[in-house]
Design a binder for this molecule. Sequence first.
Ligand code: IMP
Length: 217
Amino acid sequence: MVFSPAHLQIKDEDDGYNKNLFCVPKHYEDDLERVFIPHGLILDRTERLARDIMKDMGSHHIFALCVLKGGYKFFADLMDHIKALNRNTDQSVPITVDFVRLKSYSNDSSMGTVSIIGEELTAFKGKNVLVVEDIIETGQTIQTLLSRIKEHEPQMVKVVSLLIKRTIRSSGYRPDYIGFEIPDKFVVGYALDYNEYFRDLNHICILNEKAKEKYKV
Ligand code: IMP
C-alpha cells in the first residue's frame, strides 16, 4: 500500500526505544516492551499537523469533532497548537468543539462492529468539520462515523488521525492528515488503551505479552 509522503513513516524494523531511557509510571513499568513514539515527538508532529490543517481550513469556522476516548489527548494538544496559530497570525477563525464516543475494540482486536455511543451528533449542515481520530487500522470505525456525519450535509469534512497502521486488514481508507504511519503492532499510551488501561501514559508504547494476559477481559 502506498501512502502520500506527507506523514512520518515508522518502518517495520523500527521497534522504538528502551523504556529505561524514559520516564514511565511505576505501575506500568513491567507491562511495557518498548517506548515506541516518545511524547515530545508526538507534540512536535502535532504542531506541524495544526499548521497544515489551518492552511487548508483556516478561512472558515471549524467544527472540531473529537473521537473518544482514544482521541482526547491528541485532540487537546492539536487544539492548543491551532489556538496558538490563531493568536499569532493576522487571520484567525473560531473553533467549536464536539465529542463522539465510539467503541470497536476488545482486548487487542477489533470486534468487527462499531457502536456510536451518545448518538447525538451535532447538526453539521453547511459546516466545515474536522474529525480528530487516534488511530486507523481497518478504517471501519472512521468510515462508519463519516457516513453518519455526511447525513448532516456538512460543507466540508476533513479527517486527521495521529496514527495509521500499515496492515493487510486495511480497507484502503486514508485520512486527509496523518501524524505517523506505523507497523502492524498494537500500541498504547497517549490516551490509546488496552481494555481501558494505559491511557495515563505519555508515550506511545508497545505492550509485552504478559501485560496482554494481565489486563485481558
Ligand atoms: P479500525 O476501525 O479498525 O480502523 O480501528 C480503529 C479503532 O480501533 C481506533 O479508534 C482504536 O479505538 C482501536 N485501535 C486500533 N488499533 C489500536 C491499537 O494499536 N491500540 C489501541 N487501540 C487501537
